[in-house]
Design a protein around this ligand. Structure first.
Ligand SMILES: Nc1ncnc2c1ncn2[C@@H]1O[C@H](COP(=O)(O)OP(=O)(O)OP(=O)(O)O)[C@@H](O)[C@H]1O
Ligand SMILES: [Mg+2]
Length: 361
């Protein structure tokens, strides 16, 4: 890296410690340049060069520094009756502010475990998790309570779990604001009315959950979760108890809230039609993020708009990626593959000695 690049790296880093490191890098790089330019033909100082590269590497922004949700090698181990279950096995996930994304995966893949950690209801065994600047591993009891009240909102699958049966829809929505000590009764009622109106429930405000359909109850639950204007809304199978037409209405409610309020949303679902309605779907396999589908609108030459979906495999920071199970099976891949770096892609071939090796084991 030359001195100018090192200075650019420094400029990109507001953090004082990192800036100091980058400054060191710049000095080292200048020293290296000076040595290179030495008139007596002295050889370039490779040590200074190495030092500058190492310093520049340290000066890179931290993983997920600009994401609202950053899970870094998250591990959660449960022990039950002396048996350990690794529900999360080094899961990486970044979610940007304002995103509406779905998480999918087989039963037992770790989806609820992840959501409970993000909700501040459970603590990971290892790794790091940050949401809206809060370190989920370092919070004490008081901070955790504040986090759950103010930073995140949660919608559960069971409609009955989201609402108090003896309160009206509007009272249910006002309750989290009251618990937080927010505003006067009138203001809370006004905000509850606004949220219910936004989600198409203006007529239902004075009805109790028992007088509402399952789909209406879930939309009230979204309003409850949004009451304190959280940075993040988390939902675990919010449409799991509903038919597909009602599920679509619920998803429309999430989208409306995401667009109107800009709230970041992470929604666990097994409902493929629902997953088709978001721009980003992350699939979890065996406690890790394995692949991701991104959808975007493309306009063809005739001006016709169409939604294009593309599936990507995730690459972790150590460079590991998970091959799709059907590809592995199709080529009979077992322990090893051969890799070849091409100009714009990497070729992956099954190891033709693999069978013999495995048989010999
Ligand atoms: N409290 C617990 N004690 C022991 N094991 C647990 C606990 N909670 C979850 N597990 C185990 O961790 C793994 C992941 O569970 P999790 O509930 O996160 O899966 P999931 O992806 O949400 O599944 P589903 O789609 O069925 O809801 C499973 O093997 C599960 O049995
Ligand atoms: Mg679950």
């Amino acid at each position: 890296m030359n001195a100018q690049n090192a200075r650019n790296a420094q400029n990109a880093q507001p953090n004082a410690a990192r800036a100091a490191e980058a400054a060191e890098a710049a000095e080292a790089a200048e020293a290296a340049e000076a040595a290179e330019a030495a008139p007596d033909g002295a050889s370039p100082s490779s040590l200074a060069d190495l030092e500058s590269r190492a310093a520049a590497h340290r000066a890179r922004p931290a993983y997920g520094h600009d994401a609202l949700i950053a899970c870094d090698r998250l591990v959660r181990i449960f022990s039950a009756d002396g048996v350990e279950v690794q529900a999360l096995q080094g899961l990486d996930l970044l979610v940007g502010e304002g995103e509406l994304m779905a998480v999918v995966g087989a039963s037992g893949s770790g989806k609820s475990t992840l959501l409970n950690i993000l909700a501040g209801l459970d603590v990971p065994s290892a790794g790091a998790a940050k949401v809206a600047g809060c370190d989920l591993l370092a919070m004490d009891g008081k901070e955790r309570l504040r986090y759950r009240r103010e930073v995140v909102g949660f919608v559960w699958q069971q409609t009955a779990r989201n609402l108090l049966p003896y309160l009206t829809a509007a009272q249910n929505v006002a309750l989290p604001m009251q618990l937080r000590g927010r505003g006067a009764r009138k203001e809370r009622a006004a905000r509850a009315g606004e949220l219910l109106g936004m989600l198409g429930l203006g007529d239902a405000r004075d009805r109790r959950p028992g007088q509402l359909s399952g789909g209406q109850q879930q939309r009230v639950a979204i309003a409850v979760a949004l009451a304190n204007d959280p940075s993040v809304l988390l939902a675990d199978e919010p449409t799991g108890e509903l038919d597909s037409a009602t599920a679509e209405q619920i998803f429309a409610a999430f989208r409306t809230a995401n667009q109107e309020l800009g709230t970041t949303m992470v929604i666990v679902t097994h409902d493929q039609t629902v997953a088709n309605e978001v721009r980003r779907t992350v699939a979890i396999r065996d406690g890790r993020t394995a692949s991701e589908v991104l959808r975007r609108t493309e306009v063809d030459a005739s001006g016709q708009e169409s939604l294009v979906a593309r599936e990507y495999a995730m690459v972790d920071r150590a460079g590991r990626l998970q091959l799709p199970q059907n590809y592995v099976e199709a080529l009979g891949i077992r322990h090893r593959v051969m890799l070849e770096l091409e100009q714009d892609h990497i070729g992956v071939w099954p190891d033709d000695n693999g069978t013999a090796d495995t048989d010999a084991e």
